[in-house]
Design a protein around this ligand. Structure first.
Ligand SMILES: [Zn+2]
Length: 479
């Protein structure tokens, strides 16, 4: 599996960078690092000197560029590292709060003054560095030093660079900073550092009295986790009709917090559970290590269906449309569809992947889209205020893709989505039609998946806010 290969590579790297791991993990404050760093450099220099031939003359001889790892203290240690498979977080150095701190760590210099510059429209990094007052040779050398560490040709307008005389830093992607630093002896060096991120597992649950969205809100569930929850459950549950007062939800999610800024930098939902009129639904996230993330019940059956029962951005059904207060009509033989009351402009998503057969005005349906999913199933969506750009007959759409927006066009008394499922071109009741399920988890991954289910169940039983240490393996998003 790709993930294992990747980790294998990191393991190989581990030997070389052991000093960094020791320095970062077990090193103390910046002061201590600097002290150790200084003595370490002295040691390196004297051993280098001993090996170099003696020159007579005025021509300065270029010195070998020291390995950046040597700038960190190498404290011999017998301590067993906590991870059998080291995370990349432990292989790369950690970002610092200020650029000055990193300059001091790496070069031993103390600097004052660092300024933030925003990349202007049409500006390249070299132009920005010129604007910051860098001479041409430093511009060229510093950019050469970080070549390959970030996509320098695709830097977004507004990207912030913190710049000082002795180097600069910018955020290259989530959780990563790229530094270019001018070492007094070896010249410009580039390095990637990891922003320190702490991860927390949080269990949230609640009884639904009004709508699941209000219940989740009062349990402080972040929007990203709730959206994912609704998406996963939306395959099986019609959120406007099937939820009853007294039903309960539970979910287990992971929050990542950037310790330098305190910002939340990511949320991953691991488990979604729902008690629905006495029966229990539970789905578990599983990452098969090949960039394919699926949701499965505890036996490994996919949560995904060919079609979703709630083809609307679930979280947006929330605020002003609690279903207790605004009952919406269900299916009847005359009506032949289900209606979802939602605010005008709420995104409508494709219930399944397929080819758009019609997209445009259709009499009393108003703005209308019909999608053919396979030889058997079609779905239709009516009364839209707007059809999403690029959606026309012949377009291939993916399940979950936004195809239009709720409106009240055609024969309609207020903003809502009218949704139909057709089986062999006959309209059927979307509330009761049995929909084909997705694939079961592959046999080879089943044991690993079941072990993960056990871990989630243990967390859910423990029922509280838990620090990650208890469940390191659960935190699969190693990035
Ligand atoms: Zn309708």
């Amino acid at each position: 599996m790709i993930k294992n290969n990747l980790l294998g590579k990191f393991s190989a790297v581990k030997l070389v960078t052991n000093t960094i791991i020791a320095g970062i993990v077990f090193g103390a404050s910046a002061g201590a690092i600097q002290a150790a760093s200084t003595s370490n450099n002295a040691l390196n220099n004297s051993s280098l000197d001993a090996l170099e031939p003696v020159f007579y003359g005025d021509t300065p001889v270029p010195r070998g560029r020291p390995d950046i790892a040597l700038a960190y203290p190498a404290i011999p240690t017998d301590i067993e590292l906590p991870h059998a498979r080291p995370d990349i977080e432990n292989v790369l150095p950690k970002s610092t709060v200020t650029l000055a701190e990193m300059v001091t760590n790496v070069t031993g210099l103390t600097i004052e003054g660092e300024t933030q510059y925003k990349l202007a429209s049409g500006e390249s990094l070299s132009k920005l560095l010129r604007r910051a007052g860098y001479p041409q040779r430093d511009i060229a050398a510093s950019i050469a030093a970080i070549q390959g560490k970030a996509r320098l040709r695709a830097l977004p307008v507004g990207k912030i660079f913190t710049i000082s005389e002795h180097g600069f830093v910018f955020n290259s992607k989530a959780g990563r900073d790229v530094y270019a630093l001018r070492h007094p002896e070896s010249g410009w060096v580039g390095m990637t550092a990891v922003r320190p991120v702490e991860r927390y597992l949080t269990f949230a649950h609640g009884v639904i009295t009004d709508s699941i969205f209000r219940a989740a809100e009062s349990a402080d569930v972040p929007d990203t986790a709730l959206n994912e929850y609704v998406r996963v459950m939306g395959f099986s549950v019609d959120f406007q009709r099937e939820i009853r007062t007294g039903d309960a939800f539970e979910l287990l999610y992971e929050r990542k917090v950037d310790l330098l800024t305190g910002d939340e930098v990511g949320t991953t939902l691991h488990y979604a559970g729902l008690l629905l009129s006495g029966s229990k639904l539970g789905f578990y996230r599983f990452d098969n290590g090949e960039n394919k993330i699926g949701w499965y019940d505890q036996d490994g059956n996919s949560a995904a269906r060919t079609l979703m029962r709630t083809p609307i951005s679930g979280a947006r059904l929330s605020s002003s449309y609690g279903m207790r207060r605004h009952p919406v009509s269900g299916y009847n033989a005359m009506h032949r569809g289900v209606d979802f009351a939602a605010a005008r402009g709420t995104p409508i998503i494709a219930a399944g992947s397929g080819i758009v057969k019609a997209a445009g005005w259709q009499g009393s349906y108003g703005r209308y889209i019909r999608i053919r999913h396979n030889a058997t199933y079609d779905t239709a969506y009516a009364h839209m205020s707007r059809i999403a750009s690029g959606i026309r007959a012949g377009t291939y759409v993916q399940q979950g893709q936004v195809i239009g927006y709720v409106g009240s066009t055609g024969r309609s008394t207020g903003p809502h989505l009218h949704y139909e499922i057709l089986v062999n071109n006959r309209k059927v009741n979307p509330l009761t039609v049995s929909l084909p399920t997705g694939e079961k988890i592959e046999e080879a991954a089943l044991d690993q998946f079941l072990a993960q289910v056990d871990m989630v169940e243990a967390e859910v039983l423990a029922n509280g806010t838990l620090r990650y240490v208890a469940n390191q393996q659960l935190l699969t998003s190693a990035q």
